[in-house]
Design a binder for this molecule. Structure first.
Ligand code: URA
Length: 242
């Protein structure tokens, strides 16, 4: 297995900047396989070694997976001429080359967005054939009827003939018929808004609350990021509907 410098490994795991992790190492806060290592240039295999920082064992991951509670007003892109992007919200210590949003939320849509540098993961999560369910809360300009629920269930067809897969629409648990919970397994452009529009309903606010079994952390403030653990990352694929 490939060996790397200890300071480089810690930086790659968002423990801190190169200078910060070197300080941690020199202060004796880092162990490799139980032994205190005080040399930042010490080489080991990140996969095969047990690395601990300040007594806590590192959960090494080659790639990074970030949960963002996306606010309205930022675009799901890596760069934009006019608007702030979701990458602008990634804190310095989590930032690394090759990050991109795994799927897009519209500029005015809020909620759960995953930012990663792992293309395979994004593909698995986004491909309709993988059946990963995305759940949205939609605030509407009029009430949901049983007919609307039935049309979602049958698969909405847009005016241009584009066919959506069958989707689940429920009225909010509080019984407010102007708030719908929508579950879809695909990600066509403006899909949820267009599905409602096909039924004569305008979406006034949209937020994504889950992807697979991974739910937006209710303690994560709007506009903030947190790293996903390996377990949280796997929740995306646990309990897919097929
Ligand atoms: N559907 C939409 O219409 N917009 C989003 O941002 C996501 C799903």
């Amino acid at each position: 297995m490939k060996e790397e410098r200890l300071d480089k490994i810690l930086v790659s795991q968002s423990i801190g900047s190169r200078r910060e992790v070197q300080k941690l190492i020199r202060c004796g806060e880092v162990t490799v396989n139980g032994e205190i290592i005080k040399k930042p240039e010490y080489k080991c295999s990140p996969e095969a070694s047990v690395i601990s920082v300040d007594g806590r064992t590192l959960e090494y991951s080659e790639h990074i997976y970030i949960m963002l509670n996306k606010p309205a007003g930022v675009v799901s892109a890596t760069a934009d001429k006019y608007d702030k992007t979701v990458l602008d919200l990634v804190p310095k210590e989590m930032y690394r080359k090759g990050l991109f949003p795994a799927g897009r939320l519209d500029k005015d849509t809020e909620g759960l967005l995953i930012i990663t540098d792992d293309g395979d993961f994004a593909h698995r999560m986004l491909s309709p054939t993988k059946h990963v369910q995305k759940q949205y809360i939609a605030h509407l300009d009029c009430e949901i009827t049983d007919e609307t629920i039935k049309r979602f269930e049958e698969g909405i067809v847009f005016a241009d003939g584009t066919r959506c897969l069958p989707a689940k629409l429920e009225i909010s648990p509080e019984g407010n018929r102007m708030i719908g919970i929508v579950r879809i397994c695909e990600g066509k452009f403006h899909q949820v808004k267009k599905m409602f529009l096909s039924c004569g309903i305008k979406v006034v606010q949209l937020s994504r609350i889950s992807i697979g079994n991974l739910y937006l952390d209710s303690k994560l403030p709007i506009g903030c990021c947190k790293l996903l653990t390996n377990l949280e990352k796997e929740l995306v694929f646990i309990g897919n509907i097929h």
